[in-house]
Design a protein around this ligand. Sequence first.
Ligand code: M6R
Length: 688
Amino acid sequence: MCGIFAYLNYNLNRERRYILEVLFNGLRRLEYRGYDSAGISIDCSSSVSNVPSPSPHSPPPLLFRQEGNIESLVKSVYQEVDATKLNLEETFSVHAGIAHTRWATHGEPAPRNSHPQSSGPENEFLVVHNGVITNYEVLKETLVRHGFTFDSETDTEVIPKLAKFIFDKANEEGDQTVAFSQVVLEVMRHLEGAYALIFKSRHYPNELIACKRGSPLLLGVKEFSPETSNGAIFGDLKFPMKDEKPKELFLSSDVHAVVEHTKKVLMIEDGEVVHLKDGGVSILKFDTDKGKLSGGLARPASVQRALSVLQMEVEQINKGNYEHYMQKEIHQQPESLTTTMRGRLIRGGSCKDKTVLLGGLKEHLRTIRRSRRIVFIGCGTSYNAALASRPIMEELSGIPVSMEIASDLLDRQGPIYREDTAVFVSQSGETADTLNALQYALENGALCVGITNTVGSAIARTTHCGIHINAGAEIGVASTKAYTSQIVVMVMMALAIGSDTISNQARREAIIDGLFEFPNKVREVLKLDQEMKELAKLLIAEQSLLMFGRGYNYATALEGALKVKEVALMHSEGILAGEMKHGPLALVDENLPIIVIATHDACFSKQQSVIQQLHARKGRLIVMCSKGDAASVCLGGSSRVIEVPQVEDCLQPVINIVPLQLLAYHLTVLRGYNVDQPRNLAKSVTTE
Ligand code: M6R
């Protein structure tokens, strides 16, 4: 999805070259979100710093936009710098630059459709946008009637043009002092849809305005000691902030682009307008009753907020010794799972029972236990994680669990009741379909629980309660460590809900024991890396790959197939083995490779029968089985076998997905595709 980044240095000398590099690096950190073009805007002259604001005399900001990757943008910027003899050593004591990665929704990837989008030839207002403006056609018609011409096919272009229209109108009416924030608040009043926006304007040099509704946006603050300008950070900060201290301010769609500069951040909330001006930060928000003035400009209320401190290290967002993020994240799973469980499993000590403690759910467990139904809601991998956890949730809670793909629930307007507990599963916490389903469940009165990896995300903030999966930053578009942590969190949630039932105590304790040993089992299964690479070599030229699973491992088949299609760009389908005879069997011949998941659980004998039937039809089988079971699944010695460590049945999907993640990874590398940013896909899908 689109990524937004902005950098403002105040009372701090920075050369143009430095400013450009900060903007480019910000964009590189946002690359993982998925994009197909990029752009930046910087000032053309440092004399802008001395121009009183607002001024008609400040020169138009420079605009660079390019389709393709960040490096194409960087190349084109430096080519233009050479051609125009732009001085890279020119120093700015104050400067506001904006940058953007675009994931095409309205109009093909092309420079004219890339952001920043402009109000017109003089770049009076420039805007970067993440989200979708749903009423852009109506706004465009109105603006065209007022003489505006449009250069792009984007929904975004109406925004800078609307800003110019509002600014010009205020000036015509004699309001020469209309503030930047007033213009933006008025723009916001006309916009429908979801957005995070940053505005830059030649009328308001060295100022930036950020605002949002729906899409994520945050501000990072780094203050310097005036004596040394060496990055010594001052004490606690609160907003509004008004001071002359040297500082750097960053705006970004997510923390990855900010954490290397500062850990002090403000998560901007919906409806807020953050104004960066003269070294200060002020926050305004529409007062729903008083904000809308009939006829005149909107009058907002000032908001007070405090900074929070990011719990994240820069190393988390680097590849370390790995070649790709996906590879790193697969191999990190023993550690990410340890972090997921840290402080939540209790065994021994003053507590006699083995139990789990989930702080975020504690107050709501009684309500959940009284629910008539638990509804798991998510998309893609997060949906699959919920599906893997469904059997244990039903077993330990005794409550029926239904599954909903978020978009489908909304398409059907499926029934959600006050007596339901709706569980929203999302790595990013920002997925538009899941968020819309959450809104729908809230309107219908359900208790809403969030399971997400992103602290401060929309899902984390909007649900009544929840559990963070604490898997650490996941940067590869293909979700791997978040999937396994999500399952473990939902298993712990089942244990917590079921903890008031004596009859399943032994079962619960066995699972808790299993969880204590679990990271070592994951370490063991990761040793299959080379074996999976060999298998990938065999499958490299295949057109298609089927995966059969059932019970706990139906989800493993779906998720394994999703990984293969998403990154290796090979058709792959996860099939419920119980459905084999109802259609898929027709596909079976000696050519099509089929992975059958047949680890040792209650479904094992049924899977043995599936293997027999596939074997009888000369199926080309690859069987995943528990260590020691090879002989009983490998009929006539003809199939290839993947032997995995055996764990408690409800945890087995976590073990079983690892070889399939490795297979997808190696297939992708061998087939020469982009591992971390697969074609057409985005990490956070913030549009419907
Ligand atoms: O951030 P979320 O977990 O809500 O994202 C949902 C899906 O878009 C996501 O899981 C997607 O399927 C992954 N790219 C799969 O690897």
